[in-house]
Design a protein around this ligand. Structure first.
Ligand SMILES: Cc1ncc(C[n+]2csc(CCOP(=O)(O)OP(=O)(O)O)c2C)c(N)n1
Ligand SMILES: [Mg+2]
Length: 357
């Protein structure tokens, strides 16, 4: 049950294969698909970072540098399985098949999810930390009671592991042997709080033992290792052996969101050191070495990513059709006097705007 002392790695930072006696290298077709998704994921992250500066997205918690975790989480699941993502997991949602513009509707500021969770088997992105873990566990419990073979993969960050909801979710899932994979992206920060101020445990994966489930640590910038480790946890869940906790060691390359200034709490050198461990560079080097990737295919992958980014730009640059009255919908069954006054104020303003135009 104990996690390894060092994270599982199958492709090292130079792109060379790293032998492991427990985990096998995923086949080249799967890694090629992962590479294409990684390149698209990076392009989407960069596009969203630009859109937020242009005022077209309200906020963007990017996964720059964490794309291997995003891609592997989506690719490790079968079609009928469910993903429970956080605010930082837009790329995982898109890799699962949701259109980029649909996935970004929430972060644009809309009050509804931009996709049908049942169509893609992806829950809406959760912003209150660790709440999605409880939803995931409840969902898995229901699936088990119904005799379905659904596996649920629930994502969270290192900071979220300090929440009470994390504890409740882990304990319930283990006691009832539920088909859940808890997937922690340890990017070393919870906004400005470093991991050293978050936990005194030897690793986040070690927390699994106390609940009675296996924990494993994996290099979060190695998509091959992530796929192999997540595959094993998904198989275990599906075969009725219960939940697992996987901790991916990665790094948040940008600030928490556009609203954060990370120069106030971390050194540039630390960030730059992680640039050498970029998740795209190493799988690209490996696939090239294997003769599975050449200039033509790289161009094809880059062009496909440009197309996704272009479609996203076009969708986000179109003004949303907003109804200001929705601000008042479903808040109170009977509107109190204070909101009545605000309602009247809004209508007065709308009438005057209309009269002036
Ligand atoms: C219950 C709750 N408390 C506090 C917050 C404010 N908050 C938003 S993100 C964040 C940090 C989370 O860090 P981590 O879990 O490591 O995820 P990351 O952002 O690094 O992906 C905090 C404290 C919140 N969203 N929900
Ligand atoms: Mg974090």
């Amino acid at each position: 049950m104990l996690p390894r002392s060092a994270p599982v790695t199958l492709i090292d930072a130079e792109g060379s294969p790293h032998a492991d006696d427990q985990y096998r290298m995923p086949d080249a077709d799967r890694l090629s698909a992962a590479y294409a998704a990684l390149v698209a994921g990076r392009r989407i992250n960069d596009q969203c970072n630009a859109l937020v500066r242009q005022g077209r997205l309200a906020v963007y918690p990017s996964s720059n540098g964490q794309e291997a975790c995003q891609v592997a989480a989506a690719l490790a699941l079968g079609d009928g399985d469910w993903l429970f993502p956080t605010y930082r997991d837009s790329v995982a949602i898109i890799t699962r098949g949701v259109t980029a513009s649909g996935a970004l509707v929430l972060l644009r500021g809309d009050w509804h999810s931009g996709y049908d969770p049942h169509e893609f088997r992806v829950a809406p992105q959760a912003t209150p930390l660790a709440t999605q873990l409880l939803h995931a566990v409840g969902f898995a419990h229901a699936a088990k009671l119904r005799g379905e073979d659904t596996v649920v993969l629930a994502m969270c960050g290192d900071g979220a592991t300090s929440e009470g909801d994390f504890h409740e979710a882990m304990n319930f899932a283990a006691v009832f042997r539920l088909p859940v994979v808890f997937f922690v992206q340890n990017n070393e920060f919870a906004i400005s709080v470093p991991l050293s101020r978050q936990t005194a445990a030897p690793s986040l994966a070690h927390k699994a033992i106390g609940y009675g489930m296996p924990g494993q640590r994996v290099d979060g910038n190695d998509v091959a290792a992530l796929l192999a480790v997540l595959d094993e946890a998904v198989d275990r869940a599906r075969s009725g052996d219960g939940p697992s906790l996987i901790e991916a060691h990665t790094y948040r390359m940008l600030a928490h969101t556009n609203a954060d200034d990370d120069t106030r709490y971390r050194e540039r050198d630390a960030v730059e050191a992680w640039a050498d461990r970029d998740p795209i560079v190493r799988v690209r080097a490996y696939l090239r070495e294997q003769g599975r990737l050449d200039d033509a295919l790289e161009t094809e992958v880059a062009e496909a990513s440009e197309q996704v980014a272009g479609e996203l730009r076009a969708a986000m640059n179109a003004d949303a059709d907003l109804d200001p009255e929705q601000l008042f919908s479903h808040v109170f069954a009977e509107r109190p006097a204070q909101l009545d006054a605000q309602w009247a104020h809004l209508h007065d303003e709308l009438d005057r705007t209309e009269a002036a135009s």
